[in-house]
Design a protein around this ligand. Structure first.
Ligand code: ZN
Length: 430
């Protein structure tokens, strides 16, 4: 570094340095402001998961907070509809990998930062990959991916090795609302402990869809669920195929006209069918900023960070502005960090199929491809095909009468989305 470059660099970080060099009332007594400690900042290796709306903001904020060694994972490519808020992308980037383009953009703008892009799924990496990072920041819109990384980081903790504990900072937004969470795996409540905050949206009863639709969404769901099944215009529904969405849109529109319901549009059809939640650029900016502030505080101890006491910050911008930071309790029956089975309310007259289906909508399970066994018996396995075939007849059988399941009996449920986990439940008959 030349003298000139060095003075530029000093000028560039003077405000950040002032925060780090000034001991405040909340700092520990032994808070160290020596050059040696200060110069360590930025050398920590950080992993960002997601290079979309939140991820673009997070990468920029981390680089501007002095972090210099950042990795980013995202399997997605850039779509033209991303350009309004994912500000690291330009029209010429459409079709390219998000992680790669975002990394290059931030590297160009912030000298000295190195961002390594991984254009793949988080599930493609093993534990040793995650072990190299000091902490992980998630800017994801998928609950499943969050649950996966959460379970992986909790499983990685080895009491003998303090470096195996990787703090997880998780940001999420939905329209004008958002949240930031900080998790110290095994020590503080994990994402799975808070799963019921993501309860699947209450389904509209089929009879409403079939007989008395009241809202444009009901007409779209009718086209999606009932008209498609009856008419099967294409062998399988591809929610990304405009021709398929157009078919649903026309069906929904005709039905809406019949019931004099206004508001069915192509965009709404796409939104309902694909479950799209509107993304707002400024909400992303606020949540990403709060995630990166926590990252900076954890990395430098410059100020107390979330995680140890308060773990959860919620931001609501839909009615004026409201934020609240609170402590979320750890659950003893959490499938990831707890050690007790969860109660599961079931009707003993249910068939095994009905029990299986209930896991998708159960707020504390949310499993799409469950396999079930008791301590001594396999009730149903999705894989391998031979075992599936062998256990399939059980699907028709009633839980108590045919399968002999009892009140308080424990069952274990697995799902290919979370290969490391076994969800334990004990039955409560209603
Ligand atoms: Zn947990």
């Amino acid at each position: 570094m030349t003298v000139n470059e060095k003075s530029n660099s000093t000028a560039r970080w003077q405000y950040l340095d002032r925060i780090r060099k000034t001991k405040g009332p909340f700092n520990d007594d032994d808070y160290d402001t020596s050059e040696e400690v200060l110069s360590m900042h930025g050398t920590q290796k950080i992993l960002v998961i997601g290079a979309g709306g939140l991820g673009c903001e997070i990468l920029k904020d981390l680089a501007m907070s002095g972090f210099r060694d950042i990795h980013v994972i995202d399997m997605d490519t850039i779509d033209v509809s991303n350009l309004n808020r994912q500000f690291l992308f330009r029209k010429a980037d459409v079709g390219k990998y998000k992680a790669e383009v975002a990394a290059k953009f931030v590297e160009r703008r912030v000298k000295g930062v190195q961002i390594t892009a991984h254009n793949c799924k988080i599930q493609d990496f093993e534990e040793d990959f995650y072990m190299q990072f000091q902490f992980v920041i998630c800017g994801l819109d998928s609950i499943e991916a969050r649950r996966w990384i959460n379970a992986t980081l909790v499983n990685m903790v080895d009491d003998e090795n303090p470096d195996s504990l990787k703090p997880l900072i998780d940001g999420g937004t939905e329209g004008f609302k958002g949240q930031t969470r900080v998790i110290f795996p095994t020590i503080t409540p994990c994402i799975e402990c808070q799963l019921d905050l993501y309860a699947p949206r209450a389904a509209v009863p089929l009879c409403t869809l079939a007989t008395i639709p009241r809202q444009p969404e009901h007409c779209i769901e009718w086209a999606h669920i009932m008209a498609w099944e009856q008419e099967k215009p294409f062998p399988t529904l591809d929610k990304d195929d405009p021709e398929h969405i157009s078919w649903l849109y026309k069906k929904a529109l005709a039905r809406a006209e019949e019931f004099k319901i206004p508001g069915v549009t192509y965009a709404l059809t796409q939104g309902v069918v694909k479950n799209i939640i509107p993304a707002i650029a400024s909400t992303n900016a606020i949540i990403a900023a709060s995630c990166c502030n926590e990252a900076l505080k954890i990395a430098t101890s410059a100020a107390p960070y979330m995680g140890m006491n308060e773990t959860y910050m919620q931001y609501q911008g839909d009615e004026s502005i409201y934020t609240n930071t609170f402590k979320y309790a750890k659950k003893e029956d959490c499938a990831v960090c707890g050690n007790l089975p969860k109660p599961l309310q079931v009707d003993p007259k249910w068939t095994l199929q009905e029990l299986l289906d209930s896991f998708a909508t159960n707020a504390s399970a949310q499993l799409k491809k469950p396999s079930i066994r008791t301590e001594d018996k396999t009730l149903y396995m999705q894989f391998p095909p031979a075992l599936e075939e062998q256990t399939r007849p059980n699907l028709e059988k009633k839980l108590k009468e045919d399968l002999g399941l009892e009140e308080k009996q424990e069952i274990a449920v697995t799902d290919p989305a979370f290969p490391a986990l076994s969800f334990r439940f004990f039955l409560k008959f209603s």
